[in-house]
Design a protein around this ligand. Structure first.
Ligand code: ATP
Ligand code: MG
Length: 255
């Protein structure tokens, strides 16, 4: 008799989760030299979910995103994406599989125009007509970019560069969009704009992992969230639960 026919134990430990998981991370560990930046975290994202990962400076949020994108090599743990293990899959292949990271600091190509930046996002695609359609979609989503198509990205404001970075990521037609601190360094009005767009993108069904130090904003747009401290996940729950939690209020919401 095969193992799969053995009835599942009553406890949920080790059993597949209900729901529709796109990404499942178990016991992920990342070590830099002697520093354990990520100490065995578990998290998951269901299809179509917007999940926030919040936590203070140095908690390990960026490192977690880099491990998912394949930019750092984990010391241990599993990352399952669309049912397959990512361990031995290189970053560029993960990108082609639909995992897009908008990095901290945006990483736009300063000496290229907005249009060229967006086309770079589609470099692994060959469907020219669809690419042109997606470019139009991006300009509809970010009208500010449409007005400045041929402006060098390096001359844009921080908020506009964030839009370029997001639009470039979307040009790869991701199935998992990871955003690292999209609000960082932006004026309040621009932050509102960027978050309105994140909401719009989520409403189209995109699965999103949002890393933010602005916990309130992140939990206002997310369905669920994780709180990370010193490389570990210390709390998780629905965004509403986290917004109402005393620990989150005290540590991250100034309550
Ligand atoms: N390339 C690196 N080499 C060595 N240590 C690193 C490296 N990158 C990050 N770290 C360390 O790993 C820990 C986690 O850093 P990480 O950048 O993931 O945190 P973070 O939660 O994104 O912080 P922030 O909110 O400031 O962006 C920190 O102690 C940091 O100093
Ligand atoms: Mg970071």
């Amino acid at each position: 008799m095969s193992e799969s026919k053995i009835p599942a134990p009553p406890s949920s430990a080790g059993a597949p989760r209900a729901g529709n998981p796109l990404l499942e991370v178990r016991d992920l560990q990342v070590v830099y030299g002697g520093i354990r930046a990520v100490k065995g975290i578990d998290l998951h994202i269901d299809r179509g979910e917007l999940v926030a990962l919040i936590g203070s400076n140095g908690a390990g949020k960026t490192t977690t995103l880099k491990a998912l994108a394949g930019l750092v090599h984990p010391a241990g743990g599993q990352i399952r994406y669309e049912g397959g293990e990512l361990h031995s899959i290189a970053a560029h292949r993960r990108a082609a599989m639909g995992i897009a990271l908008v990095p901290e600091g945006r990483g736009v190509f300063a000496r290229m125009t907005i249009a060229e930046n967006l086309l770079m996002g589609a470099y692994s695609r060959s469907d020219k007509i669809e690419i042109a359609t997606d470019l139009d979609r991006m300009y509809a989503l970010f009208p500010r970019l449409a007005e400045r198509k041929y402006q060098l990205a390096g001359t844009l404001s921080g908020g506009e560069q964030q839009m370029v970075a997001m639009a470039r990521a979307l040009m790869s037609r991701p199935r998992l969009l990871m955003l690292d601190e999209p609000s960082m360094g932006l004026a309040p009005l621009m932050v509102q704009k960027i978050f309105a767009t994140i909401r719009d993108i989520a409403a189209l069904g995109m699965s999103i992992l949002l890393v933010e130090q602005n916990a309130r904003l992140a939990l206002q747009v997310a369905q669920r969230g994780y709180v990370m401290e010193s490389g570990a996940i210390t709390l998780s729950g629905s965004a509403t639960e986290l917004l109402g939690s005393d620990a989150v209020q005290r540590a991250y919401l100034g309550g």
